[in-house]
Every structure is written in C-alpha cells, then in structure tokens.
Design a protein around this ligand. Structure first.
Ligand SMILES: CC(C)(COP(=O)(O)OP(=O)(O)OC[C@H]1O[C@@H](n2cnc3c(N)ncnc32)[C@H](O)[C@@H]1OP(=O)(O)O)[C@@H](O)C(=O)NCCC(=O)NCCS
Length: 165
C-alpha cells in the first residue's frame, strides 16, 4: 500500500490547495471555476477543525496524495446527524486504493461521531466517483438534472448516500 491515512495538519494545506485546484481547472468534479487561494482553504481547514469535523490526508513519503473531509449537509437542526463529504486524489496517484481508503476512514469517523447518514453530491457522469462510492456501500438517492453549469455544459447532480449503523 505505501500510504497512510491521517488527520491533516496546517502544513498539508498547500498540497490540499494544489489537488483541489487541479480538479477545479480540469474536471467537473466540483462546480467551481475560480481556483482557491491558500488563505481560503486555510480558513476552510480551520473552520472544519474548530467545528470538530475531520480533514484527512493520504500521506506517502511526506507527500500528500489525496484528502477527504465532511461537514454539515444542510444548516438546519434536523440535519444535525447527516454529513456531506468529499474525496480528492492527486491525478498521479489514482487507482491505487487511496480514494477508497480515505472514504472508508471518513465513514468510520462519521460512525464514531454518531452521524447517521453520509451524502456525496456527485456530478452524475463522474464514473470514477460513482464506482468508488458503490464500492464503499453508498447507494444512489436521486438525480437533479441540469442544476450545474461548467465548461459550457449543464451538469446533473447525483446524490449517493450511506446510512451508517
Ligand atoms: C474519484 C477518485 C477520488 C477516486 O480515487 P482513487 O484513489 O483513484 O480510487 P481507488 O483507487 O480507491 O478506487 C476505488 C474504486 O473506485 C473505482 N474507480 C476508481 N477510478 C475509476 C475510474 N477511473 N473508472 C472507473 N472506476 C474507477 C473502482 O471501482 C475502484 O476499485 P478497483 O480499483 O478495485 O476497481 C479520484 O478519481 C479523484 O480524485 N477524482 C477527481 C476528483 C473527484 O471526482 N472527486 C470525487 C468528487 S465527488
């Protein structure tokens, strides 16, 4: 395997920025067109930590190969035990089981935090992400057609969820 999954530290944030911005620039995995600044991602990281939500990284030989996190699904009291997660793996490190290890670690942490449901909001044609989620026990909840726009194309949003025991 070679990599380890562990909680992210502030010094991991520049790598998190790079991995996120590569996906911003060349994929429709996230519906953002403006690359994140270091300061924005640091604020996000600190907020996650302050609120008690995990940010995990996959490390190998001191290098960050991927990260995953979850936080509130929606900001109303009734959703308090539902979280929405995301997982990103560096393009050069894919298909090595890192995405799966990150998602499984997030799922374990969510169970430990007594969360009840995890939701992934996935671009419907993201074959890799759909397959990864299926492998980790997530099922398709539904599709909102054409709710996103990137690179001049309408995008469908697929919700995949897993009810935790
Ligand atoms: C989706 C992503 C996180 C997968 O990470 P990864 O480390 O490559 O995934 P893994 O190696 O752990 O693969 C786990 C399973 O996912 C599926 N999978 C991964 N990449 C795939 C691909 N390109 N095509 C089809 N299935 C794929 C396979 O079922 C795989 O299991 P297998 O290797 O036993 O066949 C990665 O492709 C990525 O970061 N993509 C860009 C960002 C993104 O889409 N994030 C998800 C946003 S919801």
């Amino acid at each position: 395997m070679g990599f380890v999954i562990k909680p992210a530290e502030e010094w991991d944030v520049p790598a998190i920025v790079d991995i996120t911005n590569a996906a911003v620039r060349s994929t429709t995995a996230l519906w953002v067109s403006t690359p994140y600044s270091y300061e924005e991602r640091l604020r996000w990281f600190r907020q996650r930590k302050d609120e008690g939500w995990p940010v995990l990284v996959a490390h190998e030989s001191g290098q960050v190969l991927g990260f995953g996190s979850y936080g509130p699904f929606r900001a109303y009291e009734g959703y308090a035990r539902t979280v929405e997660h995301s997982v990103y793996v560096d393009a050069g490190a894919r298909k090595r089981g890192i995405g799966r290890a990150l998602l499984e670690a997030l799922t374990e942490e969510a169970s430990r935090q007594a969360m009840h449901v995890m939701v992934g909001a996935i671009t419907a044609n993201n074959i890799a992400s759909v397959a990864l989620h299926e492998q980790c026990g997530f099922v398709k909840g539904g599709v909102l057609p054409q709710v996103g726009l990137k690179f001049g194309n309408w995008l469908d949003l697929l919700f995949m969820y897993r009810v935790l025991t």
